[in-house]
Design a protein around this ligand. Sequence first.
Ligand code: NA7
Length: 544
Amino acid sequence: MADEMESHGTSADAVTTEFDAVIVGAGLSGVYMLHRLRELGLTARVLEAGTDVGGTWYWNRYPGARCDTESMFYSYSWPEDLREEWTWSSRYPEQHEIQGYISHVTERFDLRRDMQFETRVTRAAFDETAKRWTIETDGPDTFSARFCIMATGCITKPNLPDWEGVDSFEGETYHTARWPKDDVDFTGKSVAVIGTGSTGIQAIPMIAARAEELTVFQRTPNFSIPAWNGPLDPRHERKIKDNYDKYWDMARWSSTGLMFEIRERSLFDDSEEEREREFERRWAQGGFSFLFAYSDILTDRKANEEVAEFVRNKIRSRVDDPEVAETLCPRSHPFATTRLCVDTDYYETYNRDNVTLIDLRETPIEAVTPSGLSTTDAQFNVDAIVFATGFDNMTGALFSIDIRGRSGEALKEKWAAGPRTYLGIGTAGFPNLFTITGPGSPSVISNMMTSIEQHVEWVADCLEHLTSEGVETIEPRVEAEDDWVEHVNKVANGTLFPEADSWYTGANIPGKARIFTPYVGGVGTYRKKCDEVAAMGYDGFVLA
Ligand code: NA7
């Protein structure tokens, strides 16, 4: 099966290396994918633009960067001794700790020798005759592989507003997803933060604690639930570790990929007092569990509005100035239809004397100037600007690579009106191309860890099947893909999600096609469908 060889191209330095598979990205998906392919005896090379493993957790090292999924649910479920030997320090894992974990797994399974860093993939083209992918990079190396596996992540390509004068600013600028490796010291400085998504909400309290002055520029307020972070309770850790398989099984077949108590109960089955009690109970637990108090929060407008008002009242109680509190209260979208945030002291930060909130809906930014930012109302002179302006999510990383399928068709053109996939795993016309947690799969709407494992395992099983059966190529049938895209939309339209101008729909990127991208039908339902497809000989795919 092994298919690793080197052939020298025309340029003196150019080397084409052949593998069974090339995996793009060394985040949680790429690391596990490589491990599984090794187990199958396939040769593989991971290509990564960064200098180390980590993916999202390599790039997003801004102050306060932390996963808002709890540590015990944000670890690989394999193998048993790995779970035992690793201990997280807190309830929610911090960026450097997650990167340390991914690095530990990489060393533990000796994966680094099949990884190539500081290598950005620029082009991937399917060669119809050879039935192989040619993968080009920004360096001298070119790769040839039977399978091309995009483990490029969902929130990868940073979004920078194209305001007039953005390059004219003479102070320091940072995008949270490209934060320097060395500490950035804002002591004594005046700082502007633009953006109040999950990232801004984590970074703002940390920056406020160090900067002389902080001005936050908010376009859309978000709903946020307190994290109540703290050291990981050893009894909780022991309980999960002792029952790990049971909990993981629950997560795999749940709707969210998390191990939460999700009540299959309508909000209106409870009296007002019972509802209030349940909201307070979940609020005191902290984190995403709040969202699962009732099963109709994301489908019933009235139920949603009641929860939204409960959270707005909490914001009002956390912020001293009533006017500032109202500016922080989300009203333009239903509760949790943009990514629900989880915070530590976010709202309380606006009670500090050195923090000012600017509402960009009232006074939009007009330009970046050499000394700061100017809105329609005022000029703000600052020493540093922090862009917490998010990402071109889901498709951004894929479109950054010139991906060409049969007859040179560009993925970017095929997906111009929105991504078209079968199960979020493959797309017609691009044989042997796999997307881990791709558009049309639960991905960002689920615990990424659960979804990553499911995709990696499904793809590994598929490659094993193709290899043992002597099948050269696999790709979705157009009809199966059309049906899946329609199903993904239909399920989303049964919820309140499409009502928000969220990055789930691409609305955060000017000119991007608006389509609700993740599959909200549930992790367990999705897993069942994927398993059935495989059991039926990869139903909906063409195997040639
Ligand atoms: P998000 O959630 O996309 O947040 C980006 C923020 O930046 C959001 O408040 C945006 O306002 C704001 N933004 C973006 N562009 C602009 C412009 N042009 N002007 C003003 N404000 C702007 O990204 P995050 O990095 O916070 O989180 C990404 C994911 O990481 C998160 O959901 C988790 O999955 C982890 P908007 O809401 O678009 O009005």
